[in-house]
Structures are given as C-alpha cells and as structure tokens.
Design a protein around this ligand. Structure first.
Ligand code: SF4
Length: 298
C-alpha cells in the first residue's frame, strides 16, 4: 500500500518527556524508575537538540496527514522543575516552537518565583498532592494548586495512613474550585486497597450524618478563624436551625446554610450579616465569608 494512503486517525502528536529521575520529595512508595536521585540531568544543549529533532519529525508526520496534528509536549520525571535548565528549556520551546503546548506533571512544591515561571511558561498540566511531605510543603502545594487552577488539575494521592488528611484536601480544593481527582496509592498489598475503600465508606456515612445533603445549601459559609471553627462558634451562639425568610442554618452543622427551593439571595445575605453580628456580640470575633456575593444587596 502506498504510504500516502495511510491515515492516522489520532489528532495529536505527543511527546512524554522524562526529564530525569530526580525529585524534591522522597515518597516511600516511589519506584526507582521515577526517583533514584542519581541519574544525570541531560544538559541544555542536548535538550534543545532533541527538541529540534522532535519538531522536525512533527513536520514529516504532518506531511502524511490530511490535517496537521496537535503538537504536545508533556514533561514528567521525577519532578521536572528540579532540572536546573527546565525553565530555560521551556523558554526555548516557547520561542522556537510555539505550535507545541507545554504540559507539566509536578508534585506542586515550589516557591513563588518558580510558580510565576510555571504560570507563564507552561500551558497546563497536573499537580499531584502527596501526603509524605512536610506540613509546610503541603500548604505550599495547595496554595499553588489554587493559583494554577485555571490551567492545572490536581491528583490527590490517597494513602490509607493519611485518609482524613486527603479528605480535607479534597474539600479545600472543592471549595476553591480546583479540579481534582482522588487516586489510590500504596495499594500494592490487596489489604491496603480494601482498607482505603472501607474508610471511604465510613467517611461518606459520617458526612451524611453531619452535613446536610439532598437539599439546597450554600456549602460552607464562613472561613474558620485561626485555631477555631466557625460552625462551633455559630452553634455556641445558639443559632443552629435559626431561620431568616427562605434560608436557615442547618440543624446538623452551624457553618452550613440551607435554602428553600425558591430561596432568595437577599435572605442568605441578611442571614450572613445577622450571624456575623451575633457572633461578634458574643465572642468579639469577626467571621469572614467563604462565599462571595455578586450584585447589589445594600
Ligand atoms: S513526588 Fe512523585 S516522583 Fe517524587 S518521590 Fe513522590 S512519587 Fe516519586
């Protein structure tokens, strides 16, 4: 068959680019082909040379197609951001080959100066949240995931020993409109998987009992003041179940407001103001809204 008669049905030309088996983390479940801390980094010159070949091959590939393929680079590792020339190389690909998108798979732990580069030089990707890192690192990962949410989704790596933490992370991401996917890890032993699934079931049952579901609700209404729980303050102020027009405070959880089917936004707004006033009068604490009101409620 002449080669011109062959049509590739896929619409993408994708290169998964492994930038080295080095990582800023040391997860115990990480296989050595991902992070051996010893393999050498490829130097900048070689990276550029490889990219030139990748682009050259893309031109050849397109010449056999009816329509040009989408060109994608997906950088992975280890952790690609630890490569000393990663961002310099991204700049090179951006300037020389703008037809290629530049995706990144990362553990999301980097400081603000790196975050700026990730924002400006990559076109999207995935942040994987791993529990086996320090509290400070994990805080930074969540904050980075929120800043990058327009371009990045987040994998929450569920480990049976950190189950509650992963649930909290999912809830924080959800509240901040970060697209996330829970993933099970550390399940090489069949009992691990079973134990995670059992905990998942227990959690869902607990959530059903403690938080309203199947009714209209405004989600979590107030941020937690440092070291305190808004829900608890509202309950201690005696406001559980309090109603104002078409909106009331949940009987199950003080920081959940429940709306009637035809509820009015103005009722929610007034209830929020009222709760803030009562909590301030009782405890001299200013509650700050987690939800945002759009429009004129004055
Ligand atoms: S973040 Fe990923 S690559 Fe890095 S040590 Fe953990 S599992 Fe391995």
């Amino acid at each position: 068959m002449p080669i011109s008669n062959i049509e590739d049905q896929s619409n993408r030309y994708q290169i998964i680019w492994d930038l080295g088996r080095r990582c800023s983390y040391a997860c115990t479940y990480c296989p050595p082909h991902r992070n051996n801390k010893t393999s050498a980094f490829v130097n900048y010159k070689s990276l550029c040379k490889s990219m030139d070949s990748v682009a050259e091959y893309a031109v050849l590939y397109d010449s056999f197609r009816k329509k040009p393929a989408k060109k994608k680079l997906s950088f992975t590792g280890g952790e690609p951001t630890v490569h000393p020339d990663f961002f310099k190389f991204l700049k090179y690909t951006k300037n020389e080959y703008p037809e290629f998108s530049r995706g990144l798979t990362t553990n999301g732990w980097f400081k603000n100066s790196v975050l700026d580069k990730v924002l400006s030089l990559t076109t999207g990707g995935t942040i994987s949240y791993h529990c086996e890192s320090t509290t400070k690192q994990k805080k930074q990962v969540i904050s980075n995931a929120i800043v990058l949410r327009e371009k990045y989704k987040c994998n929450v790596m569920f480990h049976k020993d950190y189950f509650e933490e992963c649930i909290d992370v999912c809830e924080t991401l959800e509240k901040n409109s970060v697209d996330f996917i829970p993933r099970i890890i550390g399940d090489d032993h069949p009992d691990d998987k079973k134990s995670i699934q059992l905990k998942q079931k227990e959690y869902l049952e607990h959530r059903k009992k403690t938080q309203p579901s199947g009714i209209y609700n405004a989600g979590s209404v107030f941020k937690n003041p440092k070291g305190l729980h808004s829900g608890e303050l509202i309950e201690r102020a005696g406001m559980k179940g309090y109603r104002l027009g078409t909106v009331s405070i949940s009987e199950k959880h003080g920081n959940f407001f429940v709306a009637d089917k035809n509820a009015k936004a103005i009722d929610l707004y007034n209830l929020v103001l009222h709760v803030k006033k009562v909590v301030y009068q009782k405890f001299a604490i200013n509650l700050e809204e987690e939800i945002r009101f759009v429009g004129n409620f004055g």
